[in-house]
Design a protein around this ligand. Structure first.
Ligand SMILES: [Zn+2]
Length: 502
C-alpha cells in the first residue's frame, strides 16, 4: 500500500505539494492579470483624472442607478440595446439618471450646426406668429418641397404656399405632419434608401426661414437659452453664412449675422455671464476647389474683422456624396499665404470619417493638416497609424452618438467606435450635432446614451466634460475663466448629487 503511495507521489507529485504549487501559480497569474488590467487603463483617454472622495462616492451611486435601470429594463423585457433613440427617448426622460445628468455641467458644445440648434416645435409655434410666414403644402416641385417654410410680402407669395397660421388653424393634422417633415427619426428611416437625402431636406425646409432677421434673432436666443438650461456654458457652431433680410431693408451684409449674434450673447450674459459663443465658418464638401478658394477668402476676411467670434473653417455635408478632403489639397496649400495676407490664423475643424467605409480616407488628411478637432471620426479606428498620430498630436474627436445612430452609422450604441478611441487614449467630447432635426434639445440625451451604453464612470464623464473646454477655440484667458467656472459648477454638482442621492 505504502509502496503504491510512493509510486503515485513519484509519478504525480504529492497532492499537498501540487495544491501549494497551484496556489502559487494562480497568484502569479492573477498578478499578471491585474497588471495587464492596469496597463490597459493607463492607455485610456481619462487616465490622468484623479477623483476626489466625493466624486468616488457619486461614482458608486451612479453605477448603482444605471444597474437598477438596466435590471428594470431586463425585467420589463425592454430591448434597450436594440431601440432607436426615438423609441427609447421617453424611457430616458423618465429615468432617474436623466434627472441627474440634466443637472451635470457639460462645459462646451463643440459640434452643432446653424439650423440644427433650436427645437422644431418652438420653430413652428414661433413662425406662425409672423403673419408673413407661409408653408409649402403641395407635393415637391423643382423649387420647393412639402413643409418648406418661408416669409413673403403680401402679394408676392409663390404658388403652392399657404399662410402658416391659417393652415395650422384650419387643418388639425397638419402640425403633426409638418413636424414629422422637419425632424428625422430612425424608425422612419428604415423605409428610406438614403438617410442623407431626407436629412438635407430638413435643412431645406427651414433654409428660407432662418435668414429672416427678426426670426433669426428669436431662433438663436431660444437655442442658447435651452442650452444654458441644460448646463452648457460654451457653444461652437459650424456656421453656414447667409445674408439676413427683412422687408424694410432687404438684404443685409453677411457680417450682420455676426453682429446680431454678438448682441444676443451680450443680452444672455446679463443673466448668464459665463456664456460664450464661437463660429466655425462652414462651407460644403460638394463644392469644387475654385468655389472653396472664394469661401476661404471670405472666412479669412471675417476672422480678421471678428477674431473673437470666428474660430476656424470646416466643410460639411454627406462625405459619401461630397468631394474628398484630399481633393481640396490646392486650397489647403494656400492657408499659409492667406495667414500672412490677413495676419490671422484659420485652423481647420473638418468633418472627417463620418463613415463606416475604409474607402473614405478623409481621416488621413487630418494628421497632415492644421486640424485641431475632428467632426465624428467614426472610421478612424480602421486606420491605426492615423489613430496613433491623432493621439500623439493631441487632437480631439467630436463624438455625436445620437446623430450617428439616426444617420445609420451605428445601431446598437454599445458598438460605437468612440469606445475604441477612448480606450486607446484619443481625446473626445460629447456633442449633439443637429438636435432640432433629431427632435430633442440640449446635450443631456447624448451624455445619457454615452454613460449607459459605453459603461462610463464619473472619471470618464469628467474628462469628457472638461475636454469640451480644454479643446474649445477660446483664447487662453477666456479658457481660464471658463475652466474656473466649470470647476465650481462641477464641484457643486458632485456635492448636490451626493446629498440628493443619500
Ligand atoms: Zn456635423
Amino acid at each position: 500500500m505504502m509502496r503504491k503511495y510512493f509510486m503515485y507521489v513519484a509519478l504525480l507529485g504529492s497532492p499537498l505539494l501540487a495544491a501549494q504549487n497551484k496556489v502559487g501559480e494562480t497568484s502569479a497569474y492573477q498578478q499578471n492579470w491585474m497588471s495587464l488590467e492596469k496597463e490597459n487603463e493607463a492607455l485610456a483617454f481619462d487616465a490622468d483624472i484623479q477623483l476626489s472622495d466625493a466624486e468616488l462616492r457619486l461614482d458608486k451611486k451612479l453605477f448603482q442607478i444605471r444597474k437598477q435601470f438596466l435590471d428594470e429594463a431586463e425585467k420589463q423585457k425592454t430591448p434597450v440595446y436594440n431601440l432607436s433613440f426615438n423609441e427609447i427617448k421617453p424611457l430616458i426622460e423618465s429615468s432617474k439618471l436623466f434627472k441627474i445628468i440634466r443637472t451635470m455641467p457639460k462645459g462646451g458644445l463643440l459640434h452643432t450646426h446653424s439650423g440644427g440648434v433650436t427645437d422644431m416645435k418652438w420653430v413652428v409655434a414661433t413662425a406662425r406668429k409672423y403673419k408673413e410666414c407661409y408653408v409649402f403644402d403641395q407635393k415637391d416641385n423643382k423649387d420647393f418641397i412639402f413643409g418648406q417654410l418661408a416669409f413673403f410680402e403680401k402679394g408676392k407669395v409663390p404658388k403652392g404656399f399657404a399662410n402658416l397660421d391659417k393652415k395650422l388653424a384650419s387643418d388639425a393634422h397638419f402640425e403633426k405632419e409638418l413636424l414629422e417633415s422637419l425632424t428625422l427619426k430612425r424608425d422612419n428611416l428604415c423605409s428610406y434608401n438614403d438617410y442623407w437625402i431626407e436629412f438635407e431636406k430638413r435643412f431645406k425646409r427651414i433654409s428660407l426661414l432662418l435668414p429672416y432677421r427678426p426670426f433669426f434673432k428669436e431662433y438663436y436666443l431660444k437655442g442658447f437659452q435651452d442650452l444654458i438650461k441644460d448646463k452648457v456654458q460654451h457653444v461652437e457652431i459650424r456656421y453656414v453664412f447667409d445674408e439676413l433680410y427683412d422687408f424694410q431693408h432687404g438684404k443685409y451684409p453677411v457680417k450682420t449675422s455676426i453682429t446680431d449674434l454678438q448682441d444676443i450673447v451680450k443680452e444672455i450674459r446679463k443673466s448668464d455671464p459665463q456664456f460664450s459663443l464661437k463660429l466655425i465658418y462652414s462651407s460644403f464638401k460638394f463644392l469644387d476647389p475654385d468655389a472653396i478658394e472664394k469661401q476661404l477668402e471670405m472666412a479669412f476676411q471675417l476672422k480678421k474683422e471678428f477674431p473673437d467670434m470666428i474660430s476656424g473653417f470646416d466643410l460639411v455635408a454627406d462625405e459619401a456624396a461630397g468631394n474628398s478632403v484630399n481633393s481640396f489639397q490646392k486650397n489647403w496649400a494656400t492657408l499659409n499665404e492667406l495667414k500672412k495676407k490677413y495676419g490671422v490664423e484659420l485652423p481647420l475643424f473638418l468633418h472627417a470619417g463620418e463613415s463606416n467605409s475604409i474607402f473614405n480616407k478623409n481621416i488621413l488628411d487630418i494628421a497632415l493638416l492644421n486640424n485641431e478637432r475632428i467632426g465624428h471620426g467614426l472610421n478612424l479606428i480602421y486606420f491605426p497609424k492615423t489613430m496613433e498620430l491623432v493621439r500623439k498630436q493631441g487632437r480631439l474627436v467630436e463624438v455625436s452618438p445620437i446623430s450617428n445612430q439616426i444617420l445609420g452609422y451605428v445601431s446598437d450604441l454599445r458598438n460605437h467606435p468612440a469606445r475604441v478611441l477612448l480606450s486607446n487614449g484619443i481625446q473626445c467630447s460629447i456633442n449633439s450635432d443637429d438636435p432640432s432635426v433629431y427632435g430633442y434639445e440640449g446635450l443631456s440625451y447624448d451624455f445619457w446614451v454615452a454613460f449607459v451604453y459605453w459603461e462610463l464612470n464619473v472619471k470618464s464623464l469628467k474628462k469628457l466634460v472638461f475636454n469640451s473646454i480644454d479643446y474649445s477655440s477660446m483664447n487662453e484667458s477666456e479658457k481660464k475663466q471658463a475652466v474656473d467656472y466649470l470647476n465650481k459648477e462641477w464641484n457643486s454638482f458632485v456635492e448636490k448629487s451626493n446629498l440628493a442621492l443619500n
